[in-house]
Write a protein that binds this ligand. Structure first.
Ligand SMILES: [Fe+2]
Ligand SMILES: [Fe+2]
Length: 320
């Protein structure tokens, strides 16, 4: 399959799993198209046209024309210069690698990470948090992320890939949406007596089991094995990066009793304690791997011969 087709398809799967629903996402894309039409020549120069069809600013091809044939992907949760060198070294040793699939954003996908964060407002909205509250709370956090990333050396990975002639794309919120939906359906929607039972259910998933055996299990960071869960929500799985700690109070008021997350900041943990919200920190890498695996399962239906070289924290698990 051509890289462009594979990438487009990934974006569509991300939209299908989006908390804003396909209809909501299409409305946003339409607004971007209208915005683009109104720009003058000077403004057009800086407008990112990709935003008119791909709602995920952290998901894009960072090297390649899109015309490359892709059958074997080197998949990594992080992909920086060292992974590009690894791909090149493996190619040298005779391994077939057509393209790098990188989860955490690099290049422009990293520069624009803050722009995927408003999705969190809709996600919390699904759990009853008023959108006006979470929108006001997320703005300062988005500005902070924008300023923090702004100073980074953003284009090292893509330059390394360019120099070594290795096509690469980042695919972040797309697969995070998939794992979010999966956790909501397979964990949050079920009934448990206590957090211990939730941990056991999480450990049934092969990626979590794999990581737990290596010393990186899901952990309860607030509450205990015997704590009652109340309403469970996987609100810290998608939306670019951690939301502001103020979200904890809002979620507590909205009636959420237990939050499943990929990673928890110290400030968020403090707020969780203050507002009596249980938190389970599922393994970050295992969680990201599930999202990627769910996408690869879908892509394999379209490209039967899709193969992976697992690298940088990723482990391929196929689901029926
Ligand atoms: Fe992720
Ligand atoms: Fe991640």
């Amino acid at each position: 399959m051509k890289l462009k087709k594979l990438f487009d398809s990934a974006v569509q799967h991300g939209i299908d799993a989006d908390p804003r629903t396909r209809k909501g996402v299409e409305k946003l894309l339409k607004k971007q198209k209208e915005r683009m039409k109104k720009l003058d020549e000077k403004e057009k120069e800086y407008f990112d046209e990709e935003r008119t069809w791909n709602p995920y600013a952290d998901t894009r091809i960072i090297n390649g024309s899109g015309e490359e044939d892709v059958k074997t992907l080197m998949v990594g949760i992080d992909g920086e210069t060292q992974e590009v060198l690894l791909a090149d070294r493996l190619r040298e040793k005779g391994h077939k690698i057509d393209c790098m699939f990188i989860h955490h954003p690099e290049g422009r996908a990293l520069a624009d990470l803050d722009k995927v964060m408003p999705l969190q407002v809709d996600l919390l909205g699904l759990h009853g948090v008023p959108v006006n509250h979470s929108e006001a709370q997320i703005r300062p956090r988005m500005d902070k992320i924008w300023r923090a990333i702004h100073a980074d050396n953003l284009f090292r990975t893509e330059r390394a890939a360019e120099l070594l002639g290795i096509p690469a794309f980042t695919c972040h919120t797309v697969t995070d949406n998939l794992v979010w939906r999966y956790m909501e359906k397979h964990i949050c929607a079920k009934q448990y007596d206590d957090l211990g039972e939730i941990l056991n259910a999480i450990l049934e998933m092969p990626e979590y089991k794999y990581y737990a055996k290596k010393g990186n299990p899901p952990i309860i960071v607030n509450g205990s094995k015997s704590s009652r869960p109340g309403k469970i929500a996987a609100t810290e799985f998608t939306g670019g990066t951690n939301g502001p700690e103020e979200f904890l109070e809002s979620q507590s008021r909205a009636g959420i009793g237990t939050i499943l997350s990929m990673h928890v900041t110290e400030k968020t943990l403090e707020e969780a304690k203050k507002h009596n919200v249980n938190m389970i920190q599922c393994s970050h890498m295992a969680s990201d791997a599930i999202g990627i695996n769910l996408l690869l399962d879908l892509l394999t239906k379209e490209e039967k011969n899709l193969q992976t070289v697992d690298a940088s924290g990723f482990v391929r698990v196929k689901r029926k």
